[in-house]
Design a protein around this ligand. Structure first.
Ligand code: SF4
Ligand code: SF3
Length: 543
């Protein structure tokens, strides 16, 4: 196997024997084969799309299939084999329905004729044969750009799926997804074409984030600043992790009046700020600090755990029994919740002990999405003008296992009192419970939400730039980002598409960015790796 798509890749180069994430070679081969099969499907869908022919079922399935290839989402060979077969079937359906219109001869792609083997062993052999997309390309920079595009498209696919379940879709987004994959075998593209395609991926992701924002706010209302308790109360309980707010809403409805308390974990924390979710009195608090302590915290939680998407390590045996997954998340032996019926999770909660006592916990704040922040924009602008706020730092992105992620804790702790820290994503668990006080009533630590809420952060930056009559790059705002998996790649591409400069990125740089491509990013965007918290803070504050 060869996989290099995430931040924790072995030796900073590639996982070759087994994944640092726990992905076995079998799952890796099947994910490669699935991506190959989706490429074939996309080649056909792209051709039809150019003629104005769209098949929403194909579009949605392609996005979900790509989503399953993200880090930590699907390690289940049987599940992956099912996706592979369905992908080929959908492609064949398109070809038989639309005939000649489904195939153009602009360039060939053998994936268009891919026939899945009849059994798992056969699929594994096919997976080995196709290798990972982009690795066969000889030019290291084009290879790198192809990989960035595939990983960016995977990130887009995840956000597309989240937006689609909330009824927000745009055919143009699907068409780009198909075009991106279809072009992987187009040999007429040169380095500049590839660079443009990668930046376009960022532009399309901005549209997806906008759709997701519309889906979240129209379904759950605009987040409001909300205190969240980190303790627990006596009684039966369920822990919900991941990004899917609709799953949480359905679970809250189905547990109403059953004496079961619901706690958020990881990327679910911002759920507490949404009016249509916080109205449930049995959404009682937040438990756990994500990555570093996940194993211990999950083993100790006295109720079932619902994983609605990734951003977490695969389940370890100690708490295996109490885990349930939804959506595209599938791990071998772990039970899945299908069709929005959470009864198996509820039954498990009633069977497990629950918390035996009340524990008063610290209170933290969430819910500072664009509406909440912009409603006090006057106050913020005033504080900047009179010098009470000297600098904003967006310290956001992903969490992960690497010890050097302590940098993010340190830079937040050491930031002077006249700085405001904006955060989003699961990287906030490195500092989310720090008490940083406020500046004239404006909290110094503002939680904008999930990585899914990057649109909110962009809107806030754009509004500040408008207020100060300058560009976003001229604001007293620095971006200090942490990445882990492919959704972060798509967000980074969005920031580059917007022309955002001088981003600090860590804890390590992506293994799939070649020296040549890195040089382009450094020369044109001033992107830089994080160094030490002290040195970076000094440079940031010097401005
Ligand atoms: Fe390795 Fe990351 Fe790929 Fe897992 S997803 S196999 S850790 S590069
Ligand atoms: Fe990053 Fe997945 Fe959590 Fe969702 S993109 S923040 S790890």
């Amino acid at each position: 196997m060869i996989c290099n798509q995430c931040e924790q890749t072995a030796k900073g180069v590639a996982c070759t024997v087994t994944g640092v994430c726990g992905k076995k070679p079998e799952a890796a081969q099947l994910q490669d084969l699935l991506t190959y099969a989706v490429r074939g499907l996309s080649r056909v869908a792209y051709t039809l799309g150019k003629a104005g022919i769209r098949e929403p079922e194909v579009d949605r399935f392609a996005a979900k299939a790509l989503f399953t290839t993200l880090t930590n989402v699907n390690f289940d060979p049987e599940s992956l084999a099912g996706y592979i077969r369905r992908t080929a079937e959908l492609r064949e359906n398109l070809v038989s329905k639309w005939g000649d219109q489904a195939i153009d001869d602009e360039w060939d792609d053998p994936a268009v004729k891919f026939v899945p083997a009849g059994d798992l062993q056969g699929l594994l052999r096919q997976g080995e044969g196709v290798g990972q997309l982009g690795f066969t390309e000889e030019d290291p920079d084009i290879r790198s750009l192809k990989q960035i595009l595939v990983y960016g498209a995977r990130g887009i696919a995840a956000y597309v799926h989240h937006a689609a379940v909330l009824g927000q879709e745009d055919p143009e987004v699907y068409q780009f997804m198909h075009r991106a994959l279809a072009n992987l075998t187009n040999n007429t593209l040169n380095l500049v074409d590839w660079l443009n395609l990668v930046l376009e991926c960022g532009a399309v992701n901005l549209r997806v984030m906008e759709l997701l924002d519309a889906g979240n706010t129209s379904t759950f209302g605009h987040p409001e600043p909300t205190p969240v308790n980190l303790g627990h109360i006596q009684g039966k309980c369920i822990l919900v992790s991941g990004h899917d707010l609709l799953d949480l809403k359905m679970l809250l409805e189905q547990t109403e009046g059953k004496g079961i308390n619901i706690y958020t974990h990881g990327e679910m924390l911002p759920a507490h700020g949404y009016p249509e979710l916080k109205k449930y009195p049995h959404l009682v608090g937040h438990y756990g600090t994500a990555w570093q302590n996940q194993k211990q915290e999950f083993s100790r939680f006295p109720g079932p755990i619902l994983m609605t998407t990734n951003c977490l390590q695969e389940p370890r045996e100690t708490y295996f029994e109490s885990i349930f997954t939804t959506g595209p998340v599938a791990w071998p032996g772990v039970r899945r919740v299908e069709n929005g019926s959470f009864q198996p999770v509820i039954d498990k909660a009633l069977e497990m002990p629950g918390f035996s006592d009340n524990q008063e916990g610290q209170t933290i704040l969430t819910g500072f999405a664009r509406n909440a922040v912009l409603s006090v924009a006057d106050k913020v602008i005033e504080a900047v003008k009179n010098g009470d706020i000297k600098h904003f730092m967006l310290v956001g992105g992903c969490d992960g296992a690497r010890g050097s992620r302590g940098y993010y804790t340190e830079i937040v702790e050491k930031a002077p009192n006249n700085t405001v820290i904006l955060t989003l994503g699961c990287g906030k668990y490195r500092f989310f419970d720090r008490e940083l006080g406020d500046i004239g009533g404006i909290p110094r630590l503002l939680d904008l939400g999930q990585c899914n809420d990057a649109y909110s952060a962009i809107q806030i930056a754009v509004a500040l730039a408008t207020a100060f009559e300058c560009g976003v790059n001229d604001l007293p705002l620095s971006l200090v980002l942490s990445w882990y998996e492919q959704k972060a790649v798509s967000i980074l591409l969005t920031l580059l598409h917007l022309g955002i400069k001088n981003i600090r990125l860590g804890p390590t740089l992506p293994a799939f960015v070649s020296p040549g491509v890195l040089k382009v990013l450094v020369d044109n965007y001033g992107i830089k790796p994080i160094s030490t918290a002290d040195a970076d803070l000094e440079a940031i504050l010097k401005g």
